[in-house]
Design a protein around this ligand. Sequence first.
Ligand SMILES: [Zn+2]
Length: 495
Amino acid sequence: MTLPVLPLVLQVPRMKKKNTEIEIDNVSSTSSTINLHDPSTWPAIINNRLLEILVEKGPPSIQQNIKFPTNTDSDGRSFSPSQYFRILPNGEKSERKWLVYSLKANSTFCYCCKLFSIKSVKLTGKDEFSDWRHLATQLSRHESSIDHMFNYQKWNELKKRLSKNCTIDCEHQPYFESEKRRWRDIITRIIAIVQYLAGQCLAFRGDSDVLYERNNGNFLKGIEMLAKFDPIIISNHINNIQKSKKYSYMPHYLRHSFQNEIITELANSIKTKIQELIKKSKYFSVILDCTPDVTHVEQISFVARIVDISTSSIEIKELFLGFYPVLDATGEGLFNFFTNELLSTYDLDVQNIRGQGYDNGSNMKGKKSGLQCRLKNVNPRAMYIPYASHSLNLVVNDAAKQTFEIVGFFNIVHELYTFFSASPYRWNILKTNITKLTLQPVCETRWESRVKAIRPLKLQLKDVIKSLNMLLEDDSRDVKTKVAANALLNNISTF
Ligand SMILES: [Zn+2]
């Protein structure tokens, strides 16, 4: 779908990974991503709209969890968070609200001078400091300079005016506000559709990416349905998109890339919630299992089990954190991946693990080099318990394989299913006689599947015999079919 360019004021910040990152099309119409909290990414010329966004957003608070790099100059010096404070002559600490550290540029900036300096002053670099040796002197010299005080005052004045909606272009302000509300309403509805589809595990896309075309997928069909009942927001939005087809670009937030962004954001926020839950309960157990996916990539599932004490009713919870591809599925490979990648992604401490549960694979349960043993060497309190159902399944399966009668019995059950399912004609005859449960195959690995395979026979053995007899007496069937039906009939008659 190709869509039109809107005037600059209508272009809404495009959502990126963090809510401080936006994509702004500036005056020269080149598009670039800027981080509102990082002055090193701001454009050289800041237009009025961006200026207002930056003033409204303000500099990042110093409590933000930044890992400051160390030894960044030749003398081993680097930025120290103590510079966020100025020590007054009476010994009191005063916060330098204007000081911003940029991790990307490894430099500090003056927020207000970066915003309000005239071009000539900006080029001298007075708003940026990265000489760590003389930083303290430079900062105190800067904060007492006339330019800085002037810019600081301008910053505060604009902040106040914005909060009271009385900027110089205050007659445009209500329009900006209504645009903001309109886009917020549109995006809220789009997020609701994404949430619904993702929650129900439904596919998003179809054969076409165009509205009101056939097979354009659940997402666009959801938008179309919403438009019927939401004339003010979604229906108007669709009209705008359709009217402006002659233009090359308009942000409409219906593209699959935006759907993916929202899905990723939703997943991240769910994972953050889970991480908080685990951290709150402190101790946790892990449940891991490996299996190859359809593209033959080995995937590990990561589940944490905790005692949730965050609500009044204390509950045991199992929390799924995702599937992760693993290259090395040996005990050592899994241990390295688990401790170096999975635990550090969620900032979890290996010492807080109190239990580990896996299947009976030797790479998992091995006493000398399996994952459980390697984890126990690091944390002896991480008790290993093999999956109870998996162990029971193995025991029952192996026991049953030792008995002549049982192996023979299940062979017949499976052959019955194979015989009828091999031809639609035979299956049809079976269906006319059996009214309740259809025949099921026997699965080799899961013992439980045998219950499902036996139940239809136990309840409808007479009907199965009748179906086999019908095939035997049917002259249109070949001899091979009749021989097979006869053999099965003899077998099940002696059950
Ligand atoms: Zn300044």
